[in-house]
Design a protein around this ligand. Structure first.
Ligand SMILES: *Cc1c(COP(=O)(O)O)cnc(C)c1O
Length: 438
């Protein structure tokens, strides 16, 4: 019984897949909030690397070359294994075949580095010297710090002040890669100063951190802002996950009936799902696509489809998306990466068009699933990824009831080894459910 499927180096994908080009209904354009006109590549490249801005708005090219130097860096940790979860199947006593794509095995511990590398590479190519971003849970900040160092860029990360205090190891990781980590709100920007003057003990939020990072990028020469989720170009880079998985499923002799990933802004979901979804769009292949979100932050199942800002301060273009409102304050659940108010533009259109569905998972069910997974497969998953595991377990149990032998594929977006305080709380019986009360 083969348990893990790898691709030889010669089989690694050389192009990313851009689902926008194949979508029958194209996503609506992002709008400039001042003029209500569609934003242009020029507008976006004031904040982002120009190549990323182009990719963001590209509805024409389905395949985009992975630059050779990025491909060379991918080789350090790709392909990631596709694993058949025999032990989990056995414990659940299900006829379903369960596979997971293990994106936790790179040294950064999550899928985020797949996009951090190309974003920093394009910055370097375009003469940028500094990158900046915000981070809440810390996975994106860690990935960007590493990628910046690889391409010789300075990196400044605004980390939500309260998470910096609660999760000190996250900033240790970023500093080890050479980044400057600043607790937000800080005195280093006008936005930060304004907040601190009004409220000296402000704990910080993703909103304050995004505002500070964007301000730094727009007021510093040769400095760009980089985002680790939500945007189309991030999902594009993450398609490497699904393109590999497609070839690996072939090695396993199967094609998934159900594809599942957890959902924050949609990058690991899109990354795994879109390459499979192209067969649904182009060939009518029947596959079920499930995005697993927290019951406390259910933008896919209970959000509204409309234009909204991507950040709480209202600095970004207006994006057409399923949203709980940019001023939504999420409950303090441990899956920090899933506490975002909106869904990416592509995913929002696909959900509207019925290609995929969302499911909500309560916090305790995610930790039950995580524990089951740890005790069978030997990997402690990130609390974010545990939402995908919980959704996969629900489907596997359904197969047991109906006797159907479906093939389930889910993404393990990251490991949870720096989230052990969350597991301690769960094991001590201190965790509770927070359900969204619209
Ligand atoms: C950031 C993060 C997520 C959520 O982001 P998406 O863009 O929705 O993928 C999920 N899992 C892990 C481990 C993360 O770090």
């Amino acid at each position: 019984m083969t348990k893990r499927f790898f691709l030889p180096e010669s089989e690694l994908p050389r192009q990313w897949y851009n689902i926008q080009a194949d979508m029958l209904t194209k996503p609506l354009p992002p709008l400039n909030p001042a003029t209500r006109e569609p934003v242009t590549v020029d507008d976006l490249s004031q904040i982002f690397a120009r190549e990323c801005a182009k990719q963001e708005l590209d509805q024409e090219h389905a395949w985009i070359d992975i630059p050779e130097p990025v491909y060379e860096m991918y080789k350090y940790y790709r392909s990631t294994p596709l694993v058949r979860a025999y032990a989990l199947e056995q414990l659940l006593d299900t006829p379903a075949h369960i596979y997971f794509k293990n994106e936790s095995v790179n040294p950064l511990g999550s899928h985020k580095v797949n996009s951090a590398l190309p974003q920093c590479y394009y910055c370097k190519q375009e003469g940028v010297t500094n990158v900046t971003t915000e981070t809440g849970a810390g996975q994106w900040g860690a990935a960007l710090s590493y990628a910046a160092k690889i391409y010789g860029l300075e990196c400044a990360v605004y980390q939500v002040k309260i998470s910096m205090q609660q999760k000190p190891y996250r900033s240790s990781i970023m500093r080890t890669f050479g980044a400057t980590v600043i607790g937000s709100p800080s005195m280093s920007t006008r936005a930060g100063k304004d907040i601190i003057t009004r409220e000296p003990n402000h704990p910080g939020s993703l909103g304050t951190a995004i505002s500070e990072a964007i301000e730094l990028a727009t007021t510093t020469p040769h400095c760009k802002y980089a985002l680790g989720s939500v945007l189309n170009h991030v999902a594009l880079h993450q398609s490497i996950i699904g393109l590999e998985a497609e070839k690996q499923m072939e090695l396993a002799g199967e094609y998934p009936d159900i594809v599942i990933a957890c959902f924050g802004g949609g990058s690991n979901f899109g990354g795994l799902a879109f390459p499979f979804m192209r067969h649904t769009i182009l060939e009518g292949r029947k596959t079920q696509f499930i995005a697993a979100e927290p019951d406390s932050c259910p933008k896919l199942t209970r959000g509204e489809f409309r234009y909204d800002f991507g950040d709480s301060a209202g600095y970004t273009p207006l994006l057409p998306m399923f949203t709980l409102g940019h001023e939504f304050k999420p409950a303090n659940i441990h899956a920090g990466g899933l506490r975002y108010h909106g869904a990416g533009v592509i995913v929002s259109q696909l959900l509207k068009d019925g290609y995929m569905q969302g499911v909500d998972i309560p916090q305790l069910e995610t930790f039950e699933a995580a524990t089951l997974f740890a005790r069978t497969e030997g990997i402690i998953p990130a609390p974010e990824s545990a939402h995908a595991i919980a959704a996969a377990i629900r489907e596997a149990k359904r197969c047991k009831e109906s006797g159907e032998q479906k093939t389930i594929l889910f993404n393990l977006s990251g490991h949870g080894l720096i989230d052990m305080s969350a597991y301690d709380q769960y094991n001590n019986g201190e965790l509770v459910n927070y359900s969204y009360q619209g």
